[in-house]
Design a protein around this ligand. Structure first.
Ligand SMILES: [Fe+2]
Length: 414
């Protein structure tokens, strides 16, 4: 662990002072970014929900996605990919997860484990909406499905993964699986809202040298040349260990819809501006922000976009369009997103969280730890050790994995 992490408060003060010494034109950079962001926000507001690009899995398979569409996805940092799974298949998975929960008495068991999950700790009082389930058959089948593999490979290729030295930051054509959970949100639920944030590190982005490499252009180079899809340094960042960070590098976070859901159904909102992080980084270095403050960024928490400092950006928040069972939603790891505070719809809004984690050293290192948990039915090593599934019936086992699945879990060499 880098030394500054032992005293994050002091780390912020020192990092800010050092950055401001190094960046002599911080005000000029900010002025440029401010003007750029105002334009982007205006475009997004004019487009509304249409600002989130949408493509079909069929077009993706036919290689019929144009360069213009790809550029737009890179600019917006998000995409809805429709029809990745057959609708009936997704609905059957939804039913099977429901049975898995019921026949294994998840709700009764959850009462004994209240408080173990610190990320969604507000859930403690009510019925769970996020389930500490990692190894149900539907999750395993969706993760190793060849359509999912095609989608993730395609998404990985949206990145520039080869550095100036010719070395690949990751391999877009080999993938790792990452065991995340399921969301089953009931109508009327008010417990699950998450305000605008991005995952994967907060103050680290300013304080740690590994992030300075990722954001080199923003801090020290040509701000306009900053490309969030340039992978250089992305798999080597050092985060403060916490439940708010993911141990693997993902080119996109994402989920697969198991039920129809749209605006108002307690689902995802997104700020579809991939380069917004550049503005957030420079904003925190301006003279109206105290020397020990980074616009409210808190160590070990998700990085929040808040009304005090980021109101301009928050104005570009849009709901994702209505999605159907089998559709998937993807967003760049730096993209600010939120979960609606209340589910005002009439049906469950259910998803399986499945992101895109390409093969790289960082991800490969994580796989053996994760595989061990899978084989024992324990919780994923990245989440609270609730270990619900150790004695669950109908849990997926090694026999449920395809050859591709075994490779993606690190249980078979590529
Ligand atoms: Fe998030």
């Amino acid at each position: 662990m880098p030394s500054w992490m032992h005293n994050p408060k002091q780390g912020v003060i020192e990092a800010k002072a050092a950055l401001l010494t190094q960046i002599s034109d911080s005000a000029v950079r900010m002025a440029w970014l401010q003007e750029w962001l105002m334009d982007e926000v205006a475009v997004v507001k004019a487009e509304g929900a249409a600002a989130v690009p949408q493509i079909t899995f069929r077009d993706l398979q036919l290689e019929a996605i144009s360069t213009t569409q790809k550029d737009r996805i890179r600019r917006r940092g998000c995409v809805v990919i429709r029809g990745v799974f057959d609708r009936q298949q997704a609905m059957a998975w939804n039913d099977e997860i429901s049975r898995y929960i019921d026949e294994n008495h998840y709700y009764e068991k959850a009462k004994d484990k209240v408080g173990l999950d610190r990320y969604f700790s507000t859930l403690a009082a009510g019925r769970p909406q996020i389930f500490g389930l990692y190894w149900s058959r539907p999750q395993m089948q969706a993760r190793q499905h060849e359509n999912m593999s095609a989608v993730r490979g395609w998404l990985n290729h949206l990145w520039n993964f080869t550095g100036p030295d010719g070395l690949q930051e990751f391999d877009p054509d080999r993938q790792c699986n990452y065991a995340d959970r399921v969301r089953r949100r009931e109508p009327g639920d008010k417990s699950l809202g998450l305000s605008a944030h991005c995952d994967g590190g907060s103050i680290e982005r300013w304080c740690d040298a590994s992030f300075h490499r990722v954001y080199h252009e923003v801090f020290f180079g040509d701000v306009d040349a900053y490309d969030p899809f340039n992978a250089v340094g992305r798999t080597q960042t050092e985060e403060i260990p916490s439940p708010a960070v993911c141990s693997v590098f993902r080119t996109f976070q994402g989920w697969t819809a198991l039920t129809r859901q749209g605006p108002g159904d307690g689902t995802l909102k997104i700020i579809p501006i991939a380069r917004a992080m550049a503005w957030m980084l420079l904003r925190a270095l301006q003279p109206d922000v105290a020397p020990d403050d980074l616009c409210g960024a808190a160590a070990g928490r998700a990085l929040a976009a808040n009304p005090t400092w980021h109101q301009l950006l928050l104005e570009a928040e849009v709901s994702i369009p209505i999605v159907e069972p089998g559709d998937t939603v993807w967003w760049h790891p730096d993209v600010i997103h939120a979960v609606e505070g209340e589910h005002r719809g009439h049906n469950y809004s259910n998803v399986i969280y499945i992101g895109a984690a390409p093969w790289c050293e960082k991800n490969a290192r994580f796989l053996p730890r994760q595989a061990e948990r899978f084989l024992a039915g324990k919780s994923s090593p990245d989440f609270a050790a609730e270990d619900y599934e150790v004695d669950f019936i109908n849990r997926a086992t090694l026999d449920d994995l395809s050859a591709l699945g075994k490779k993606q879990w690190g249980l078979l060499p590529w």
